[in-house]
Every structure is written in C-alpha cells, then in structure tokens.
Design a binder for this molecule. Structure first.
Ligand code: ADP
Length: 619
C-alpha cells in the first residue's frame, strides 16, 4: 500500500524533484555523510553495548555504479534502520537536516542555498526518478525496503539483506539538454566527487574500478577517499612538502604558499584550522569576481566551500580549511552568518593571521615585502573601508617608502627614527618615488625630517582614516599648515606677506577662483613656486576623487606659494611697483601653470600659457 508523505516533506521533495539548482552533485555528499553517521552509530553501539552481536568486519561505504541498469548504489554496513525508523526517518523531514526547509519552504529563493548545506536524504531525488532503500537494522532480524518515485508517496515492504546496514539504490533520471545524469555512473566522476566533498570521511569509501593494462581489463577494488585529513595530523608529523602539495592541489595554485598556519584549538568552541598565505595574488584578486572564504568542514565533511564569514576582508587572500565539530553539518547560510561559534573562530583566526604576518615582517623582511607588494593594497583597504576601525589590527603591517633610501619602512620604524623635536609623521604624495622626490616642498623638509613617500592613490586616504599612529599625527608636506620655521622666521615671513598683500590680491585676481590665495613661503629651497592645500582634501586626493563616481565636484582648496628668497619674488614685487599689471598677471599665470605641472595636474589653458611664455622669451 502506498503511503503519503507528510505535507512538509512532500513540499521539500517537490522542490528537490523539480530543482533547477545546478549543483545536483551534492546528493552524493549527503548520502555518504548519512552512511558515515550510520557507521559511527554502529561503532559506538558495539563499544557500549556488550550484548550486541555484531560480526567483526571492517566498516566501509561502497559505491556501485551500474551503467546498464542506470543505477547508482551506495552501501554502508552501519547501524541500519528498522521498519519504524524507515517510516519515521524517510517519510518525514528529518529533525536536523531539513529544519531549515520547514521554516523557509514557501520561499523560492531558498532554492539557491541547497547544496551549500545538508539537505539530507531527499537530495537523492534531485538526480533520481526512483529511490530504493533496503535496510537491516542491528536491532532487527529482518530487512525492509522503502521505495519511492517521488512526491506521490512511498511503500515499505520486507526486503532481503542479511547483513546489517543500508543499501540505497538511485534510479537515475533521463538525461536532458542541460543535465547529464549519466555522469554519475562514471568512475572518474564519482571519484572526483568523493575527493571534492568527502575525502576526509574516516571510513573507506570503496568502488570496484576497471582499467586496461597490457590490453587486458583489470579490476581493482579502490578506496577513493584519503580518510585522514592533513589538518587533523600534528604539525610535526607532516612534512612541509606535504602541506605545500596539499595547498597546490586543493587551491589550484602553481606556487607553494608563503606561509602555513596550523592550529588546533580546544575549548568552548573547538576547531582545527590549516591556513595558507599565498605567495602571489590570484589574477582575479582585485576584481569583483574574487570570492573570499575558507572551506568549512564539520567532522571531515565539507559543508561550505567558501565560508566568507570566517575571514575579514583585509585578510581575504588567505586560503584554507576550518574543521569544527561544533558547527553542525546542517546549517544554512543565514544562520551561519550570525552563528556565534563561527564568529569566535573567525576572531581567533584573524589574530593568528595577524601574528603570522608580524612574524614574517620581523623575521623575513624580503618575504614580507614580496607579500606586501601583492596584498598590501588589501590591508590598506581594510583600514580605509572600516573608517579606521581595523587600525589596531593592521597599522603595524603597513609599509611605506621612505625618503631616506626609497625603501619600505613601517610606521613603527619611522617613529623610532624621528628626530628631536619632531612631533609629526610627514608624508608626500605622487605618482612615483622620483616624482615625489622632485616636488619643490620635499627639498627643505627632507633636510630635517624623514618623509613617507606615498605612491599609491589610496595611501593618503588610509592615513586620513587612521588619523594618527600611536598618537603621532600625520602631515602632508603639501599642506598649508606645514611649518618648519623658527618664531623669528615666522615673524619675518608674516611681515613680508603683509607688505605684499595688495600685490597678492592682484595676482589672485589674475587666477580667478583657481586658488584661494597667493603668498610667500619659506617651505621652498631652490624652487620658485608650489601649490599647497588647506583642509581635508589634498591635491593628490582631488586627483583620485576625480576618477571616482560622484567625485568630480570635490576640489582641494589650493594656495599658490612663492619662495620668498627666490629672485622671482623680487621680480614680482618690481612689476607691482611699476604698476605693470599686465605683466604681473602674465607671470602669475605662468607660475601657476608651473606649479600645477609639478604637482602632476593638467592645465586648462595650455595654449594660452605657451603663448605667454613665448611672448616673454621674445622680449
Ligand atoms: P539528517 O541526516 O540531517 O538527519 P536525512 O534526511 O539525511 O537527515 O536523514 C534522515 C535520517 O535517516 C537520519 O537522521 C538517519 O537517522 C536516517 N538515515 C539516513 N541514511 C541512513 C543510513 N545510511 N543508515 C542509517 N540511517 C540512515
């Protein structure tokens, strides 16, 4: 007699049968995982229940693909199910696995999450028209067969199987345009799936395979899984080479990793982790196609390929595996996100990664610099995008070029090298080290202080979002407020500026709204002119913002500063005194154009400037 599924089970089944989800292959993972549980239960029983008479034999899982019959059979010699259990377990939605579906079943969008999580036995219907389960429980002397062709119900009859355990036969669906169910009968496909999802199941998963040798067909009973996860082994038991091979194989890299982090944590939340810092960024790393995440296992069963919640964005380059028996196999993406235990693991991994990077920085500078060249952007982005919140974690991992030798230094090293009386970390921005080195302002500051040379357009934004480094603030040497003068010098500059006030207004008039004002400066040594900026946005930042959406209107407030001790200063004063307004305006425009060019900015009026220069040359 045909029995009906309970309403909710029927619905889940329907979803499985009509699943448009492409990742159907996970059914195998689910069935293997159930088989492994059944073996666990049996070994537990035989340890604790002395009276139970179980024939001593090796516990195993076996796959039998049959191309002619188009069936795939999965057998375990585990605990088995009684008639009642078959009814109870397969006729209704199981407690744990499909709980998620009970809650969200009406919601079609949840279809997409099948595959990431344990959806249990019913996933067999994603690939099968008919499923037959014959089971012989160790508590029963009879075997029973449960059969179903899907949502219309199931039957349970007495079956024939002498040994304890469960045999599941899947009658595969007909191939369609999109889906070739036949592939689940191919040895290599099955082997691949076992390797991918169930490699570390700690019972052997076996299959008879046939291969040709010397034109003869040879049959071989093979174990498809490696059974012992490398991350379960003690660090000293594993050769570095093995870790490297594992990494290359598992994460499709061609180079061995830069660093390996292995950890085994026992506590309220226990987990094992094996992490790798790659030696180079994957080609799509800085694109939106890149997906961060660690593989998440629960007791050797892969539950998620890229669990992004385990890695903060600033360490998104890390690859690896986390295995925790405290995380249930049947966990949805939504519940994962606010899973408390996952959060604890993530935090502790973040610390481990940070420490490893610090050690690398201390002990192997060359290696760290190699790492930084590839992933430094991401660390900086971590500070910037969190508005400085990740500053504590990341600030000591940053490197910037120094004006001393144009080599990388850390902020810590900079601070240690600060000279008496220096209370700021000075920096200058530009496209390249050479260009920064030639900035007019650099010359004088460099005589007194070390300067950080920021060559990346993001760098200054990073420093701004940090605000300071261990209470020492940052200052752009192109900032108007840069002050290298003694009190006396300041006084004399102020006087010179006051005296030339009217001249500067007429110069400002010649430039219009392009500059805030014009003034003399002591910041320059040999150069005649520079641009400085006032307030939050520097000239360099303006350039970067211009490239961004909506950044067009953001402008630096610039000030044109003229070297007071340069002969040009005298020339300007003379023109003003002669009331030669026209030439003063011409000189002003040319000086402004020069200042812009030095800063790497373009000119709005190149023809006008070129004509002006020629006019003066021709005199
Ligand atoms: P879950 O495994 O999450 O509980 P499933 O739908 O996959 O959900 O399975 C339902 C139940 O059926 C399991 O909890 C288990 O009791 C039983 N079961 C499934 N497969 C087997 C098997 N191979 N041997 C013994 N019991 C099984």
């Amino acid at each position: 007699m045909k029995k009906q599924f309970r309403a909710e089970s029927k619905k889940l089944l329907d979803m499985m049968i009509h699943s448009i989800y492409t990742n159907k292959e996970i059914f195998l993972r689910e069935l293997i995982s159930n088989a492994s549980d059944a073996l666990d239960k049996l070994s537990y029983e035989s340890l604790t229940n002395k009276e139970m008479k179980i024939k001593k034999k090796e516990l195993e899982i076996r796959l039998i693909p049959d191309k002619e019959a188009r069936t795939l059979t999965i057998i375990d010699n585990g605990i088995g199910m009684t008639k009642e259990e078959l009814e109870e377990n397969l006729g209704t939605i199981a407690k744990s696995g499909s709980e998620l579906f009970k809650e969200n079943m009406s919601d079609d969008k949840n279809m997409s999450i099948i595959g990431q999580f344990g959806v249990g036995f019913y996933s067999a219907f994603m690939v099968s028209d008919k499923v037959e389960v014959t089971s012989h429980s160790v508590y029963d002397d009879k075997a029973y067969t449960w059969t179903s062709t899907g949502a219309d119900g199931y039957t349970i009859k007495e079956g024939s199987q002498d040994e304890n355990g469960t045999t599941i036969t899947l009658y595969l669906k007909e191939n369609t345009e999109e889906e070739k169910y036949d592939e689940f009968l191919e040895d290599f496909k099955l082997e691949g799936l076992i390797k991918k999802y169930s490699d570390y199941i700690h019972y052997p998963i076996r299959m008879m395979t046939v291969y040709t040798e010397d034109e003869k067909e040879v049959e071989e009973d093979r174990t498809l899984n490696s059974m012992v996860p490398i991350w379960h082994k003690k660090k000293k038991e594993v050769k570095e080479e093995e870790y490297n091979d594992f990494y290359i194989d598992k994460f499709y890299d061609y180079e061995k990793p830069l660093r390996i982090i292995q950890s085994d944590v026992e506590g309220l939340t226990s987990y094992k982790a094996l992490l790798f810092i790659p030696s180079h960024a994957p080609f799509d790393y800085y694109s939106k196609n890149f997906e961060k995440g660690l593989q998440l296992y629960s007791r050797g069963v892969l539950i998620m390929d890229k669990c992004s919640d385990l890695l903060p964005d600033h360490f998104s380059f890390v690859k690896g595996i986390v295995d925790s028996e405290d995380i249930s196999l049947n966990i949805s993406r939504e519940t994962l996100q606010d899973n408390h235990k996952l959060g604890i693991i993530a935090k502790s991994l973040e610390t481990k990664i940070r420490k490893e990077l610090e050690v690398m920085l201390d002990e192997d500078r060359d290696e760290y610099e190699k790492f930084y060249n590839d992933f430094g952007m991401q660390l900086k982005y971590g500070i910037y995008s969190s508005y400085g919140m990740n500053k504590e974690t990341l600030q000591d991992l940053l490197l910037f070029y120094s004006s001393h030798d144009k080599k990388y230094i850390t902020l810590k090293e900079y601070r240690e090298r600060m000279v008496d009386g220096q209370d700021k970390i000075y920096y200058a921005c530009g496209e390249s080290l050479d260009k920064i080195d030639l900035l007019p302002q650099v010359e004088r500051v460099k005589e007194k202080y070390e300067i950080l040379y920021l060559t990346n357009s993001m760098d200054e934004f990073v420093l701004k979002s940090m605000n300071d480094y261990n209470s020492t603030s940052f200052l752009n040497i192109s900032d108007e407020s840069l002050d290298l003068d003694s009190e006396e010098e300041k006084e004399s500059l102020k006087k010179a500026n006051d005296e030339a006030k009217d001249m500067f207004s007429s110069m400002k008039e010649a430039l219009g709204s392009d500059v805030e004002r014009v003034q003399f400066t002591h910041k320059l040594k040999n150069h005649p002119v520079c641009l400085t900026s006032k307030g939050e946005v520097s000239v360099e930042m303006e350039k970067t913002l211009k490239e961004m959406p909506n950044g067009e209107g953001i402008k630096a407030q610039t000030i044109m500063e003229i070297n007071e001790s340069h002969p040009i200063a005298e020339k300007l004063k003379a023109l003003y005194q002669e009331e030669n307004k026209e030439e003063l305006a011409q000189y002003t425009k040319i000086l402004y154009a020069q200042a812009r060019l030095i800063e790497g900015l373009s000119l709005d009026n190149p023809t006008e400037i070129s004509n002006l220069v020629c006019e003066i040359l021709a005199k």
